[in-house]
Write a protein that binds this ligand. Structure first.
Ligand SMILES: [Zn+2]
Length: 416
């Protein structure tokens, strides 16, 4: 992509009411645009990041047998009344059409997925299975001040698994846990993420959260000094001891909840009468697990964890491009022709590249933009680099610079 054609531009300042680091850098870098508090448009750079995150999550969900579907945001009130959540859920967006019909804007999809599954399965032979979707969710947040960390409308992956018995659910729950760790590892968050026990499990004693340490976090967690599992605030009040190892020494930290998993058991199967005939001919309720990850929140968390004073430092797995190629304006036509040649070479070899070919920008402006946008590899073609025998290459995360011959660069970057 030529930066001269990118319709979004970087900005010197973020809106004054955006206090969070993630919103400031993402808005200034031209990744997102704020429409209203907690509601953002994703611009070309931001949308590329979201697609990368989506792909990581999709691959890991497919690997544990998840089947991808897509369910509606607009959901019938009746379903929500059946589960009692029409009146019980404070942050549910409710709307009414001209014909006085009422709807919920889905904050989660049990009210759709359970009746859907009921239509399609009959016997124990149809289970276990799991479905998931990646789709926008809505939550009536009265306070939405943390950029992508807390949205009123946000992209989320929600997976639902269906089982005949608790043992089978438990086994799948462990698989999902492993898949979640893989996702956080690939997104560059594993080191700072803790498996956290939370109260609020409906039938089992706990539900679980994945919490990433960050000063921007709105949650407080307590990390067990012995086994490194964590508990959240509510659990800490309930039990002074670590639920895993029994230790009672904890370290208090601020964290962002980047994922959560629940054993729902038959909480939603019951109101919708979701049953299957067992091998002994008796009907019984299905039991369920649900597993969520907010993609936009994950993007915001990555920025909170991976940045410096100049801008974002994207992990390569989710970066909008792998290479930021910068042509430093010069009177010598060789600089432009070498930069163009390199750009073509990278494209032809399938290396994702943003090419800063803008004529009106100074070298200083281009370098500042590159630091702000945070693409992992910066490659500069200038009079100086050409005279030194090639292009200057530098990682966004490091200070070391190196000159590599232009005709060797594509090969060099292909292997990185
Ligand atoms: Zn412990």
């Amino acid at each position: 992509m030529r930066q001269s054609q990118l319709f979004t531009k970087t900005q010197k300042n973020a809106p004054k009411d955006e206090m969070s680091v993630n919103a400031q850098f993402l808005i200034r870098g031209g990744f997102i645009n704020k429409e209203l508090a907690g509601v953002y448009s994703f611009l070309p750079l931001g949308f590329r990041v979201m697609k990368k995150i989506e792909q990581v999550i999709r691959e890991e969900m497919d690997a544990i047998g998840g089947q991808e579907i897509f369910m509606p945001s607009l959901q019938p009130k009746d379903n929500w009344e059946k589960t009692g959540r029409w009146s019980a859920m404070d942050d549910l967006y409710k709307l009414k059409d001209a014909g006085n019909r009422e709807f919920a804007l889905g904050p989660t999809h049990e009210e759709i997925v359970v009746p859907l599954v009921k239509k399609h399965i009959q016997s124990h032979k149809d289970i276990p299975f799991a479905v998931y979707q990646i789709q926008n969710k809505f939550r009536m947040e009265l306070r939405a001040k943390s950029g992508l960390l807390r949205g009123r409308e946000f992209l989320m992956k929600d997976l639902y698994s269906f089982h005949a018995n608790e043992k089978d659910l438990d086994a799948y729950y462990e698989k999902a846990k492993t898949a979640y760790w893989k996702i956080f590892e690939r997104a560059g968050l594993k080191e700072k993420t803790y498996f956290t026990f939370a109260s609020g499990g409906t039938f089992s004693r706990y539900s679980h959260e994945f919490q990433t340490l960050s000063e921007a976090g709105e949650d407080t967690i307590y990390i067990c000094e012995k086994c490194k599992n964590a508990v959240n605030k509510e659990i800490k009040h309930e039990t002074p001891k670590c639920p895993v190892c029994g230790e009672n020494k904890f370290k208090e930290e601020k964290a962002i909840e980047v994922g959560n998993i629940f054993k729902l058991m038959d909480k939603f199967a019951k109101p919708f009468d979701l049953k299957v005939t067992d091998s002994d001919g008796r009907e019984k309720n299905l039991i369920m697990g649900c597993y969520g990850i907010g993609l936009s929140r994950l993007a915001g968390t990555i920025v909170e964890v991976h940045h410096d004073e100049k801008g974002i430092v994207w992990p390569e797995s989710v970066a909008p491009f792998k290479v930021h190629l910068i042509e430093v304006k010069s009177q010598k036509s060789k600089v432009k022709s070498e930069a163009e040649k390199l750009y073509e070479g990278l494209l032809n070899n399938g290396i994702e590249v943003l090419y800063d070919d803008r004529d009106e920008s100074s070298a200083g402006e281009k370098f500042a933009d590159a630091d702000l946008i945070g693409i992992p590899w910066r490659v500069v073609v200038s009079e100086k680099s050409v005279a030194a025998g090639g292009a200057e290459i530098k990682k966004r995360s490091e200070n070391k610079k190196e000159i590599i011959a232009i005709n060797k660069l594509v090969d060099y970057l292909s292997k990185k």
